[in-house]
Design a binder for this molecule. Structure first.
Ligand code: 6GU
Length: 239
C-alpha cells in the first residue's frame, strides 16, 4: 500500500510517521509513504500558496493551482487517478469500518488543508472522500491524516507482528476492549482478577466478554445500543 500526503508542512508528517510500528512498516517496505510539499508546485517565484478570500472575511484560503499541479504530479508518477482523502471538519466522521475499507486500496492520497481551507474548485475537481476525525477544530489536516494512516496501516497484513491482534481489539466486534494485566500478580495493594490466573480458558473468555460489555455500557452507551441491535439481528439470522 502506498500513501501520498500533500501538505504545506512535510516535516510534520515525516516526524510523525518515522517512529514506532508505522516507521517499521515503512522501513520494511510494507507501507510506502511519499510526502509532497504543495509549495513546490507554485508557479510564482515567492512560493505563495494562499490568498485573501473572495467575499471577505478572516484568514487566508489555499490557492487551487499548486494543489492541482501537485495532484497531477502524483497521477503522472503512479500512472493512475488515485482516490484523494481531504481532511476537513466538514467531512464524514472517520470510524473503524472506514479504516477497513481504505485498507483495501493500493494507493491513497491525503490532502491536508490549512488556514481557512482550500479553494472549493480544486476540491470539486480532485477529492474523492471528505473525512473528519471528530467534532473539534484543529489547525490543519496533518494530524488527522496521520491518525487515519495509523488506523489504516495496522490493518494491512504484516504491519502488526501479532496476526490476530488487529482482530480482537476494540470496535472490531463493536465492543470496547477488556482490561489487561501483567506481572506482578499484586501491586499497589491490587490483585489481578483470580480468573485470569486460573488457566481455565472458557471462564477467562467469558470474564473478558463480560468486562467488554460492562465497559461499553458504561463508557459508550451509543456503541452499546448498536451492539445490542446487532446481537438481536444475529439471533434472528438477519446478519
Ligand atoms: Cl480532518 N481537520 C481539521 N482542521 N480539524 C478537524 C478535523 C480535520 N477533524 C476534526 N477536526
Amino acid at each position: 500500500m502506498k500513501y501520498y500526503v500533500m501538505t504545506l508542512f512535510p516535516e510534520m508528517i515525516e516526524q510523525g510517521m518515522n517512529t514506532s510500528i508505522l516507521g517499521r512498516a515503512i522501513e520494511s517496505g510494507i507501507i510506502e509513504l511519499e510526502i509532497k510539499n504543495i509549495r513546490d508546485y507554485t508557479l510564482n517565484k515567492h512560493g505563495k500558496v494562499d490568498d485573501y478570500p473572495y467575499g471577505g472575511g478572516a484568514g487566508m484560503v489555499m490557492e487551487a493551482e499548486p494543489v492541482y499541479r501537485c495532484y497531477e504530479a502524483i497521477c503522472s508518477e503512479t500512472g493512475e487517478i488515485p482516490p484523494v482523502v481531504y481532511l476537513t471538519p466538514q467531512g464524514r466522521v472517520f470510524e473503524q469500518q472506514m479504516a477497513e475499507t481504505f485498507a483495501k486500496q493500493d494507493i491513497l492520497v491525503f490532502l491536508c488543508g490549512h488556514y481557512e481551507g482550500i479553494d472549493e474548485r480544486v476540491l470539486e475537481e480532485i477529492v474523492t472522500y471528505y473525512v473528519s476525525i471528530g467534532d473539534y477544530v484543529l489547525t490543519g489536516g496533518e494530524l488527522p491524516a496521520m491518525v487515519m494512516m495509523d488506523a489504516i496501516a495496522r490493518l494491512v497484513p504484516g504491519v502488526l507482528n501479532n496476526e490476530d491482534s488487529a482482530q480482537t481489539e476494540s470496535f472490531s466486534d463493536g465492543l470496547l476492549e477488556y482490561p489487561q494485566y501483567t506481572r506482578p500478580s499484586e501491586i499497589l495493594g491490587r490483585k489481578v482478577p483470580e480468573v485470569l490466573l486460573s488457566g481455565h480458558h472458557t471462564n477467562i473468555q467469558k470474564w473478558r466478554q463480560e468486562m467488554s460489555i460492562q465497559r461499553t455500557k458504561e463508557n459508550r452507551p451509543d456503541l452499546y445500543d448498536k451492539w445490542l441491535d446487532f446481537c438481536e439481528k444475529k439471533r434472528y439470522n438477519e446478519v
